[in-house]
Design a protein around this ligand. Structure first.
Ligand SMILES: Nc1ncnc2c1ncn2[C@@H]1O[C@H](COP(=O)(O)OP(=O)(O)O)[C@@H](O)[C@H]1O
Ligand SMILES: [Mg+2]
Length: 337
């Protein structure tokens, strides 16, 4: 059989600063992510685990209530559960501050209404989550973490998040270019205006906010430039295989297999190769009970298909446990086989 022993996964990812755990809902992403994090923390490697799944099961698995700020789980393990609602509110408050800096105050009620509606627009949560994720990603190394592990939402969502940095970069570029053109037009207009008036001092009196406005303008541009820089940096990290490892989790079932195939195609299209595939909830074959024996046989049958489908990637098995795996000790023990 082409399955690798599970401790190989821990060793393979030992030197990876950034680990993404992806896959269909319910296959065991949170369990795998929390197990890796607990294991590395038990080896005194400073680890941050970040959940981007709105389902919020990371806190349940770690037996700790989590939020948007870091919570210390153990001396070497911190955890964050990004709450999309809070992140979106913060994100749009920031956008409003940026716009306010250069928009005509009369326009603000309209702009506020637009932003309020935008919060529930498709993709708004993702964009906000992405920016927050990118911050954690870029800051993790500076914060002294040896690993930052992302326990992600089900596949499609995660893939979009992984590909978004490039799109957002292009989008910000477009916005900046447009605003630069407008700034240029404005400066030409001001210039013409001052030509029309003989006394330039008079012009200053007529336009007392001119200097201040351009200052604020600079600030707004610098916010956009910073965001662009953030996405670029995150995009570079994601595509650097010495930095980022993407681990896909699946079970030996028909639908997770189909979804994993699709996910890998999309990842490969974006030049993001998975580092490994975890086959979770496997049942050992030596079952005396008829029901469990049949299920185990069915999994073995699917495993052949899985091995043929993913020849390029190492496959690691995690066996089905008697109960849910909870708490850092049990989680790290899951990988110590
Ligand atoms: N190897 C396993 N053995 C026993 N239970 C498992 C195993 N992997 C996952 N589970 C259980 O299956 C459920 C879904 O797992 P979870 O890690 O939350 O999946 P996901 O994050 O992909 O939605 C949870 O109740 C979890 O405790
Ligand atoms: Mg989960």
């Amino acid at each position: 059989m082409a399955l690798h022993p599970l401790h190989g996964l821990v060793e393979q990812l030992e030197t990876q600063p950034i680990i993404f755990i992806g896959g269909k809902g319910g296959v065991g992403k949170t369990t795998t992510a929390a197990s890796l994090a607990s294991y590395y923390a038990s080896q005194q490697q400073k680890t941050l685990i970040v959940s981007t799944d709105p389902a919020h099961s990371l806190g349940d698995v770690l037996n700790v209530r989590l939020n948007n700020e870091k919570t210390v789980i153990s001396p070497y393990l911190d955890a964050i559960e990004l709450n999309p609602d809070v992140i979106v509110d913060e994100h749009f408050a920031q956008v409003e501050r940026t716009i306010k800096a250069y928009a005509n105050p009369d326009m603000m009620p309209k702009i506020r209404e637009h932003l309020r509606l935008s919060k529930s627009a498709p993709g708004a949560q993702e964009a906000a989550m992405l920016e927050s994720m990118c911050h954690h990603l870029v800051e993790a190394a500076d914060a002294g973490y040896e690993h930052i592990i992302f326990d992600t939402a089900p596949t499609g969502h995660t893939l979009r998040l992984l590909v978004l940095p490039e799109m957002m970069g292009a989008w910000t570029d477009g916005l900046l270019a447009q605003q630069r053109r407008q700034a240029k037009l404005r400066s030409v207009a001001t210039h013409l205006d001052s030509h029309n008036k003989k006394d330039s001092q008079k012009n200053d009196v007529a336009n007392p906010f001119a200097a201040k406005k351009s200052d604020r303008w600079e600030q707004a541009v610098s916010v956009l430039e910073k965001r662009k820089q953030l996405f670029r940096q995150a995009g570079l990290l994601l595509h650097d295989r010495t930095q980022t490892a993407i681990v896909l989790v699946m079970t030996a079932d028909v639908l997770p297999l189909a979804e994993t195939k699709r996910a890998i195609e999309q990842l490969e299209d974006s030049k993001l190769m998975p580092a490994a595939i975890v086959i979770n909830q496997l049942i050992s074959t030596n079952q005396s009970d008829e029901f469990w024996r049949r299920r185990a046989e069915r999994q073995q049958h699917l495993l052949q298909d899985i091995e043929q489908s993913f020849t390029k990637y190492p496959l690691y098995p995690i066996y089905l446990q008697q109960t849910d795996v909870r708490g850092t000790d049990a989680l790290s023990a899951l990988l110590s086989v």
